[in-house]
Design a protein around this ligand. Structure first.
Ligand code: LLP
Length: 415
């Protein structure tokens, strides 16, 4: 977490003490480092060297407008999975012409919206979806650019909830079927096949599954080319993991180099859709201890953030490192770090040896990806504020939600 470091036992983000952020904006809040975001993007970009490429940030990982705007300024494209995400990209100044649209359940309304915006490509996940898209494009007198998302049947060796490239998963089209569909291009008057796409899963810690998938995609591409079917790009999806605990991971540049090497014969443009690896370790969730509660069985640190703010521990039993903002405060004990939500699954960390006092601040690390974007209002908890730090300045990039906003769309019956 190179931008979150201790000076004299106090945790800083870039040049700002986290304590100052808590005092100014309150807790819980997400805190991002602008330079960590920029550096991660630049590492991806530089590793492609002179290869024709487009990095499409997976908006689902973190969809705050300021973060999308930062990536847009750096030249990034976007991978979206809904009309809402498309609107966010546009609002943030992103280029729809650099945007690909993934997902198994695009609605007709969303297809229209994306055709209107002239996106780069629809990553189509079934034949029935292709039929619908052709129909809508015809109605609008447009040609829809399409990649088929192939399911390469590769074991990503990650958590089963976030593995997507096995034949048992709902994603993509089996290779043989994809080949048949590319050949039936003449049936679709308003579709142009521009690419080939896959995405095998998330939080991958090894390069081998990526290599297996890219080999399969390359073979399919060669088969198509041999039959005179030319496309413009190969999209290899996202999925590179980050270090949460003690995982040993390939670096961003090793990963990109491996993709480039395995596809070196291609003249087509390479696309990737990284989410987590661009934002994950650029953000933390800052929270304050409400109460230390000692029972005969356990020591609990009850904090003001909860599963509604960061769902990953409750949903995947995910590990996030938890650091005290001020070191060496209390006697070291084994703590369960839990939130105020009324579920035993509401925890942020189990069995952490920390020295704590009531009122201390804690940093839940590696929370920049799938943190705020998966948050909810469960227990009628307003969603947290988001702050972006640039060197010695903190910018609020999302106000804390108010209680009024929580029920502003709700109505009682009129009798
Ligand atoms: N492209 C597609 C089509 C995807 O479905 C995903 C993620 C990505 C790209 C970006 O993958 P990444 O580079 O972030 O691994 N909520 C889970 C992760 C779900 C990932 C879903 N798809 C978590 O918190 O671990």
């Amino acid at each position: 977490f190179s931008k979150f470091v201790y000076y004299n036992d106090e945790l800083f983000v870039e040049s700002v003490p986290l304590k100052e952020i808590a005092e100014e904006f309150g807790t819980p809040c997400y805190v991002y480092s602008r330079s960590a975001l920029t550096e991660a993007y630049k590492e991806f970009d530089a590793a492609f060297t002179n290869r024709d490429h487009l990095i499409c940030f997976a908006v689902k990982a973190n969809s705050n407008i300021a973060i999308l705007n930062l990536f847009a300024q750096l030249g990034s494209g976007f991978d979206i999975v809904s009309g809402g995400e498309l609107q966010r990209v546009i609002k943030a100044g992103g280029d729809p012409g650099k945007t690909v649209f993934s997902g198994v359940g695009k609605t007709l309304f969303e297809m229209r919206m994306a055709l209107d915006a002239n996106i780069l490509c629809f990553n189509v996940e079934s034949e029935i979806e292709l039929i619908s898209l052709n129909h809508i494009a015809k109605e609008m007198n447009k040609i829809a650019p399409v990649s088929l998302r192939v399911n390469p049947d590769v074991d990503a060796k990650t958590h089963p909830y976030i593995s997507t490239g096995l034949k048992e998963n709902k994603f993509g089209i089996p290779t043989s079927e994809a080949e048949r569909i590319y050949h039936s291009a003449h049936l679709y008057s308003n579709i142009r096949f521009v690419g080939l796409d896959c995405h095998i899963g998330s939080q991958l810690t090894k390069l081998e599954p990526f290599m297996q998938a890219s080999k399969k995609m390359l073979n399919l591409l060669k088969t198509l080319q041999a039959q005179n079917l030319e496309i413009d790009h190969l999209d290899l999806g996202g999925g590179l993991g980050i270090r949460y605990n003690d995982e040993i991971l390939p670096s961003i540049s090793d990963y990109v180099s491996a993709l480039c090497t395995s596809t070196h014969q291609l003249k087509q443009r390479l696309l990737i859709e990284p989410g987590r690896s661009l934002v994950g370790n650029a953000g933390i969730l800052l929270t304050r201890i409400e109460y230390l509660k000692h029972t005969p069985a356990r020591n609990f640190a009850i904090v003001d953030a909860a599963m509604n703010d960061l769902m990953r521990p409750a949903l995947y039993n995910a590990y996030h490192e938890i650091l005290p903002v001020n070191k060496n405060s209390g006697e070291i004990k084994n703590y369960q770090i839990v939130g105020p939500v009324c579920e035993t699954g509401d925890f942020l960390g189990h069995d952490r040896n920390l020295g704590l006092n009531n009122g201390d601040l804690l940093a839940i690390m590696s929370a920049g990806a799938y943190g705020m974007s998966m948050s909810s209002n469960y227990n009628s908890r307003p969603r947290a504020a988001e702050i972006m730090v640039d060197k010695n300045t903190s910018h609020i990039i999302r106000q804390r939600e108010t209680i009024d906003q929580l029920f502003s769309n709700e109505h009682t019956l009129s009798y």
